[in-house]
Design a protein. Sequence first.
Length: 291
Amino acid sequence: MTPHVRSHDWHFTADVDEFTARARDFLHSRPDLHTVHLTVTEQLRRRGPRAYGGDPPVLGVLTRGDGGVAATLIHTPPYALNVTRLAAGEAEALAERLVALGHPVSGICADGATAEAFVAAWARRTGLPGKPVERQRLYRLAELTPPSPAPEGRARVAGTSDRDLLIRWYEGFVADAGLQGGRDGGEWADFRLSYGGATLWETPDGTPVSLAGLTLAVAGQVRVGPVYTPPELRGRGYAGAVTAEVSRAALAAGAAEVLLFTDLANPTSNALYQRIGYREVADWAVYEFGV
């Protein structure tokens, strides 16, 4: 049984260093389930508190009676609130605390049970219903099985001469995925180029045809994404080839876990990633409020 949780057991800060000092052991205990919090805080640390928008982040820690950490949250407006796994009482305490602080929440992204519990608690306190807008699945690479036969061509890490292409393809990915409040394409490209975080598949004549991104390594985990092929080039195996190559490169660089998210409404991508060796970890749900 989950001990009684008070709303004031949630503690918030905009200071990334303060948050990571308190939450590090908890986040590192399950790098797969905590991949978003690990990668977002690393970007905030490197790029500053407004890396994701004009407002500073809200970073939260739920403490247990013994002072340990039971859960964490990250809110980088305009993106949805992102929360690690919560019991029902913990979700109630979070909703109560956020309402008391007058903190606006436009949506939530969390594992299915957590999201449902928070949506119900938020609706009771605010009268705002939650609308389900996406179901995601987190995968972990088990044994890499590159596509066979592979399409002609090769993979290469994107360079500064590819900046304009990366911007166009990132914006294409955001539009296709229906993402709200996507980051500026130029900022995204510049950051990925700064550490070799974008890989292209190109045909034998050197024409780029597909993109796979990779996050920075934190706590031994990296996450593949975005993966994008222009509509007119799809169905030729390019996405599978570039995803397999960026996954191989991550393993070769020492990653202990290679992860990726998919939209469960896209059976093609889910089947593709499973064919090249990715296996299910957990499902996530995304809700929006007041829509």
